[in-house]
Design a protein around this ligand. Structure first.
Ligand code: ATP
Ligand code: MG
Length: 200
């Protein structure tokens, strides 16, 4: 706590003083954590790939499953991730906007989820990033309860990061840390297309 004589003290200012330690008292260590990055603003996937770098720096084994994009639309993190030994699976196959065969897309999505569930349950990876997974639940292609079961029953050391808009409440419920990226403005609103090195 800052004292009353502090020149920066202002009774209306709720900003914690720099000297306040944000760590909870008597904190415990978790064997693993589940992070969810959701919301309609930019930053969900790029934050997940930031965690990927942290994990690699600790010599963790990392797997990434991309459920929506992939194929021709490679993000820069894929190139670097593969170079650093990440098991990278781009399983999106461009579905939802290109395909006119929905049942084919649903089968692909379920196959992708099956691979992800096996990567989680196998326990070989310390971190599994499930990029854009929430859409498969929102569209009803993969039962949310299956995702919740995979999260809850995962090997204790397996950390997860899940991204995508509109994260289902059931997934939010079982996650440890959930962040909503809020759209304030985006270059796209001004008609600016995705930029290499920034957006992918
Ligand atoms: P990023 O991968 O940059 O962290 P994201 O994962 O939060 O973004 P997605 O919904 O996966 O966002 O969209 C990916 C692409 O769409 C990126 O090129 C990003 O810049 C763009 N994008 C993200 N949010 C918005 C938005 N609110 N309006 C328009 N484009 C967006
Ligand atoms: Mg994304």
């Amino acid at each position: 706590m800052s004292d009353d004589t502090s020149p920066t003290t202002d009774s209306t200012d709720t900003t914690p003083a720099l000297t306040d330690d944000p760590r909870p008292e008597g904190g415990r260590r978790a064997d693993s954590l589940v992070l969810v990055n959701t919301g309609n603003g930019k930053g969900k996937s790029s934050a997940a790939f930031g965690v990927m770098l942290r994990a690699l720096a600790r010599d963790w084994k990392v797997a990434v499953v991309q459920f929506v994009k992939g194929g021709d639309w490679k993000v820069g993190e894929e190139k670097i991730g593969r170079q650093l030994g990440v098991e990278w699976r781009a399983l999106g196959g461009g579905f939802t906007w290109d395909s006119d065969d929905l049942s084919h897309d649903i089968a692909l999505a379920r196959e992708a989820w099956g691979q992800a569930a096996a990567l989680i349950a196998g326990g070989e990876y310390d971190l599994v990033i499930l990029d854009e997974l929430t859409y498969l639940c929102s569209w009803g292609w993969v039962p949310t309860e299956d995702v919740v079961a995979a999260i809850v029953n995962r090997p204790r050391h397996v950390n997860l990061v899940i991204t995508g808009r509109d994260a289902p409440a059931e997934i939010v419920e079982v996650a440890d840390t959930v962040t909503e990226m809020r759209h304030i403005k985006h270059a796209y609103d001004a008609g600016i297309i995705a930029k290499r090195g920034i957006d992918y």
